[in-house]
Design a protein around this ligand. Structure first.
Ligand SMILES: [Zn+2]
Length: 241
């Protein structure tokens, strides 16, 4: 079978074999590349992390791992290996993508995001911006899009300043609801389970609205976000660890 996928991870098995973990549009999978560690192996170039390739894979039911027969590189993101900070970030993105993806499910949005992210990493140096955008957008893909247009409590439309972000409620709180929140917390008022709302600037809110709703190809339109904004976005994504 022919499978397009990105190599997330590559591990050695025995003296010469490699097992690769791939993210495909239809879920994650692993496959074995026999003798891929030999210098002359045609599997050597396609069994490395950050390779996006067309793999020819033999499905071997009941006989262990599927086997990579050969493959052709579509694109590689090796340039991330030239910079330790980029390599660390790229490795972490692949790790997160592997963790949140299942086998035999539609993972095309995650794959597309990861490919766009690795491409941006090879071209740009504003790493905190890329890190923040990846975290927020992946949260959305996984179904945790923060509510940014209306208050999570009273449902009123949110505009301008004096807005708060409440991570535990998954979105923004208007000034009034945030005030109510503070005054009711001490009275054991449980109608709204929030406690850690933080002020969010109009600029940050606009940026987050764009990242959560723009077409996939425009996701990295923002460059060089101020550090406090990048940090805010990453810290308030559900994937922040
Ligand atoms: Zn409200």
């Amino acid at each position: 079978m022919n499978i397009q996928g990105l190599v997330l991870r590559s591990t050695t098995q025995g003296d010469y074999n490699k097992i690769i973990n791939i993210l495909t549009p239809n879920g994650k999978m692993s496959a074995i590349c026999y003798r891929a560690k030999r210098a002359k192996s045609e599997l050597l170039p396609i069994s490395q992390p950050f390779i996006y390739a067309n793999f020819n894979i033999a499905h071997t039911p009941n006989r262990g791992l599927d086997k990579v027969i050969n493959g052709e590189i579509i694109s590689n993101f090796f340039d991330v290996c030239l910079d330790l900070d980029k390599l660390t970030l790229a490795t972490n993105f692949c790790k997160i993508a592997e963790f949140v993806s299942q086998e035999n499910t539609n993972t095309s949005s995650t794959l597309q995001l990861l490919l766009n992210t690795l491409y941006s990493l090879t071209k740009r140096d504003d790493l905190p911006t890329i890190d923040a955008i990846f975290h927020l957008r992946l949260s959305c893909i996984l179904g945790y899009t923060p509510q940014l247009f209306t208050c999570v409590h009273c449902k009123n439309k949110i505009e301008g300043n004096n807005v708060f972000f409440d991570k535990s409620s998954g979105g923004v709180l208007c000034h009034n609801c945030n005030k109510l929140n503070y005054s009711t917390q001490n009275n054991n008022f449980h109608s709204h389970p929030t406690s850690d709302a933080t002020p969010i600037t109009a600029e940050t809110l606009e940026i987050m609205r764009f990242i959560t709703s723009c077409p996939a190809k425009k996701i990295y339109a923002f460059k060089n976000l101020p550090d406090d904004i990048s940090q805010f976005i990453k810290q308030n994504s559900i994937l922040d660890t």
